[in-house]
Ligand binder design. Structure first.
Ligand SMILES: [Zn+2]
Length: 181
């Protein structure tokens, strides 16, 4: 993947290179910028995405780590999918409620995992902002790994059976689709 510098509108191109073909992302190009020492709310982060401004900023350290750069860029692109796809949001919420009902621990990325660890039963019951934020990160972490066929990663802690169920979800709602971003 050729790294984008400043605001070159190459996201569409990058998406196709990332996908290995099965997903078509529909939408205006999303500029990608690389900046050093990226932080959000005081904490180090790998990326920041601005949906309305249509901008993805990645930490420059990712320029030296292609597998992580692709995983994180895919995660950020799925934020746009989540934003534009109410049917996916509703179906994914059902999937995750089933996981909680089965007592399944773990996640497919740290971004989702730390939010999952902070959830209280009332968050699920009332579909709070905290739960919705977790759902979004869980969808983006899972979809990035499934799209890129990453089955082993230090941040993947979800048990195999639950990963298979998420793959089924991914194949039903994401893979092979034309998705608005
Ligand atoms: Zn995210």
């Amino acid at each position: 993947m050729r790294p984008a510098t400043n605001s070159s509108p190459t996201a569409g191109l990058l998406c196709f290179k990332l996908t290995n073909a099965t997903i078509e992302f529909i939408g205006e190009a999303i500029p990608i910028e690389f900046r050093p020492n990226l932080r959000a709310r005081g904490s180090e982060v790998h990326a920041s995405t601005f949906l309305h401004r249509r901008l993805i900023i990645l930490d420059s350290a990712l320029l030296r780590n292609r597998p992580e750069r692709e995983r994180i860029l895919a995660h950020e692109i799925f934020h746009f999918v989540w934003w534009k796809a109410p049917a996916i949001r509703a179906a994914y919420a059902d999937r995750i409620h089933q996981e909680f009902a089965s007592g399944i621990k773990g996640e497919m990325g740290w971004s989702a995992e730390w939010r999952k660890l902070e959830l209280k039963p009332a968050d699920l019951k009332h579909h709070t902002r905290r739960f919705r934020d977790y759902l979004c990160e869980s969808f983006c972490d899972s979809s990035a790994c499934l799209l890129l066929r990453i089955s082993r990663h230090p941040e993947i802690t979800l048990p195999a059976r639950a990963r298979r169920a998420r793959r089924n979800f991914f194949e039903a709602y994401v893979a092979g689709r034309r998705l608005k971003i």
